[in-house]
Ligand binder design. Structure first.
Ligand code: AMP
Ligand code: ZN
Length: 136
């Protein structure tokens, strides 16, 4: 993808603070970290979202993410770690090249302080379940 910044990083056209690389996967520090050590993991090949990434490439990204997560957690002495992934603008995706965030967390660091879960109105859990299962 000619205009994709993460493709340009994967091709070495734009520099990055590289954490890890293999045939399929690249990982580097996020330039605007939630906390120091906030890392991105992505396929070298361009896919826009989780919905179209090939399974073997996804597997490689997830396995690399676990390895890198352990290094981050230990390396920056984190108290916790988020593994996050945004798809489409409504979910906060800014770069249209699928990527995974590994974010080291500390007690009271102020990120994601609320998880505003709601209750389903009567019957909506069952109807929602049917809509999703019908698509599998
Ligand atoms: P998302 O909102 O999930 O698309 O996240 C995009 C992330 O990419 C943000 O956290 C940005 O700080 C990060 N980012 C954007 N450009 C660069 C870059 N050149 N190097 C490293 N991280 C970047
Ligand atoms: Zn790309």
């Amino acid at each position: 993808m000619a205009d994709c910044i993460f493709c340009k990083i994967a091709l070495g056209e734009i520099p990055c603070a590289k954490i890890y690389e293999d045939d399929l996967v690249l990982s580097f520090l996020d330039i605007n970290p939630i906390n120091p050590g906030h890392t991105l993991v992505l396929p070298k090949k361009h896919y826009t979202t989780l919905l179209e990434i090939d399974p073997d490439v996804l597997e490689a990204c997830v396995l690399a993410s676990q390895k890198i997560a352990k290094a981050i957690y230990t390396g920056v002495k984190a108290d916790g770690l988020n593994f996050l992934q945004n798809n489409f603008r409504a979910a906060g995706q800014l770069i249209d090249h699928v990527h995974f965030h590994l974010i080291p967390r500390y007690e009271n660091d102020g990120f994601l302080t609320a998880w505003p879960g709601r209750q389903y109105p009567s019957g909506e859990m069952e109807s929602t379940l049917k809509k999703i299962v019908a698509e599998l």
